[in-house]
Design a binder for this molecule. Structure first.
Ligand code: HEC
Ligand code: HEC
Ligand code: HEC
Ligand code: HEC
Length: 472
């Protein structure tokens, strides 16, 4: 049980091991990631599919309508185009791949019910405050739709009411499907915005985990788009996939994910400021939850961070994604990086002084992040850029990772950037395996937020950066 603070990061061994499925070890998760890398053998230039607005009220038909044995319910991945065993993977009881299937049933567990009791929800498995993230928040439901399906296929692929019959026909193109309301999950920004709804929060009903809910026992939400995509993946980005949809590649998915996470947090700020304080979950948890002592011999815990010009004693805006974004922009968009950094500093300062100025600064910063997301989505990331990004985040920005949440985001970035280099053939699998111990050490240092070891983590990340530099 969670005795005091319940922080939890999802994959890669970061967290406090509170998973409902028991401990998935760091090694197992690392292996999972490596396997995912091996499967993503081909990186091609993205072919862009025109974004078509999905019909808002396409009926959701339920997982049973997807999982027939001749459809996505095969025992083995033997489909000619898509694997067709997606149902089994989505239900996998042994790994994080099955997390979305389990998402609703875990609301029946004592731990989930206890959260409800503490915040006055009689049945969490029936409350929109919980099921809109732990299930499919389908606006219109067909007869086979079931709450117990958890986060079902249509929660991510869109209501199938208008495309179920046509999408598997010979000659049905991705663009046809999207025009009938299938969501374009191959497009990084569409995917990011969807995942963030549940893995960060949204302005839609029931999709926000408040600090009240976290103080009642809900784990902290932590997310990195590319890593989490790999951890739940049930598809192959092979030649056939590339021809149909284009392959965005890990770097692009990661960067668009960072930029849109920054934008999401900042745009939620105004609506999440009721009463005297803004919503606490938008801040870095550890900036409030620290231990301290009146004994002058006990050193202070907070570390000076030049990226963030704020005085001691102020809650820190959770800038884990912002710091990554600035570091990455310095490589791929140096002009914008300067502006972003200036806006970020202005925002931190305004948060300490003036609510109206803070709202204005947040809006400007959110707009910059949105522009960067669009720019990244169009960009091509070559070998040299990949290497430079890894170096910028792990070594060049080492001084940015003074806090747990940023540190954890840096470890996930290391994992994602290494995977992308392997995937693009820029680092061979043997060399990548040799980096594994460093990455495992970095994950281990961030495993327990209450025992975060910034120095050990920084050393492990620096070691990765040095070794990768030799491979350039
Ligand atoms: C904004 C979306 C969102 C809302 C709203 C939400 N959750 Fe969650 N919940 C998540 C996500 C995402 C995770 C996984 C967090 C992680 O480990 O990274 C999670 C994890 C959990 C866990 C831990 C599961 C495990 O595997 O250990 C419990 C228990 C839980 N939620 C219960 C609730 C209850 C009860 C409510 C309603 C009061 C609720 N959640 C509302 C998104 C949400
Ligand atoms: C948490 C979100 C999520 C859920 C739930 C989900 N998927 Fe996916 N699925 C994705 C993402 C992301 C991709 C990769 C991007 C893409 O091509 O759409 C994908 C890819 C696929 C593909 C491969 C598409 C191709 O063109 O090769 C199929 C088929 C698929 N999913 C079917 C399913 C089925 C069936 C279910 C339910 C049993 C399901 N998905 C549940 C997110 C999800
Ligand atoms: C409708 C809400 C919803 C959407 C949309 C959603 N997720 Fe989740 N996801 C959850 C919940 C709730 C959990 C926690 C379930 C559990 O612990 O079993 C979760 C768990 C996960 C996990 C397991 C790791 C962890 O922290 O527990 C991964 C990986 C994941 N999601 C990836 C994604 C990705 C990638 C996308 C976008 C393609 C996505 N999810 C979209 C609700 C959602
Ligand atoms: C602005 C300061 C602040 C921030 C930021 C903050 N908290 Fe809190 N937290 C508090 C206060 C105040 C309490 C109530 C303390 C009490 O009741 O003794 C609290 C209580 C809690 C508790 C209950 C602890 C207990 O043992 O009863 C948890 C869990 C928690 N917070 C988690 C988080 C998480 C996770 C985050 C980040 C997403 C976070 N907090 C961010 C101030 C903060």
């Amino acid at each position: 049980m969670c005795a005091a603070l319940c922080y939890r990061m999802g994959p890669g061994g970061i967290g406090n091991g509170m998973s409902a499925i028991g401990a998935v070890t760091a090694a197992a998760r690392a292996l999972l990631r490596l396997l995912a890398v091996a499967l993503l053998a081909i990186t091609l230039l993205a072919i862009s599919v025109p974004a078509v607005a999905a019909p808002a009220l396409a009926p959701h038909l339920g997982v049973a309508s997807c999982g027939g044995t001749t459809c996505h319910g095969r025992q083995e991945a033997t489909g000619p185009r898509v694997r067709q065993n997606e149902l089994l993977v989505w239900q996998d009881p042994t790994s994080l791949r099955g997390a979305h299937y389990r998402a609703w049933s875990l609301l029946k567990l004592p731990r989930a019910q206890a959260i409800g009791r503490r915040i006055g929800i009689a049945d969490v498995s029936a409350s929109a405050e919980c099921v809109n993230c732990h299930g499919d928040p389908a606006p219109v439901r067909g007869p086979q739709w079931r709450q117990a399906d958890g986060v079902g296929c249509e929660a991510c692929h869109g209501g199938a009411g208008r495309w179920l019959a046509s999408h598997a026909a010979v000659g049905a193109s991705h663009a046809d499907n999207v025009s009938k309301g299938m969501w374009d999950m191959a497009q990084p920004s569409a995917r990011a915005n969807l995942c963030l709804d549940c893995h960060f929060g949204s302005a839609k009903p029931g999709q926000f985990v408040s600090h009240r809910a976290m103080a009642a026992g809900h784990p902290r939400l932590s997310f990195e788009l590319d890593l989490f995509t790999a951890l739940q993946s049930h598809h192959d980005e092979d030649g056939d996939y590339a021809a149909r949809k284009g392959v965005a590649g890990g770097i692009k998915v990661w960067l668009v994910g960072q930029a849109l996470a920054v934008q999401r947090a900042l745009t939620l700020l105004p609506a999440r400021t009721a009463g005297p304080f803004p919503e606490f979950t938008l801040f870095d948890c550890r900036s409030c939850h620290r231990t301290f002592s009146d004994d002058p011999a006990v050193p202070l815990v907070a570390r000076r961070n030049d990226w963030r010009p704020i005085a001691p004693g102020q809650p820190v805006w959770n800038d884990e994604n912002l710091l990554v974004l600035i570091a990455a922009a310095q490589v791929v968009a140096p002009g914008e990086a300067k502006q972003l950094q200036a806006q970020s500093r202005g925002f931190h300062l305004a948060m300490a002084s003036d609510r109206a100025a803070a709202a204005k600064a947040a809006a400007a910063l959110a707009a910059s992040a949105g522009r960067l997301a669009a720019r990244f989505e169009r960009a091509r990331f070559d070998r040299a850029t990949n290497f430079a990004l890894l170096d910028a985040v792990l070594a060049g920005s080492a001084g940015a990772w003074t806090d747990y949440q940023g540190g954890a985001q840096a470890v996930m970035a290391a994992d994602t950037l290494l995977a992308a280099l392997v995937n693009a053939g820029a680092v061979d699998r043997g060399a990548a395996a040799a980096l594994r111990p460093d990455l495992d050490r970095a994950y281990a240092a961030a495993k327990d937020a209450n025992r975060w070891q910034p120095e050990a983590q920084r050393a492990a990340l620096a070691s990765i950066a040095t070794k990768v530099r030799a491979l350039r």
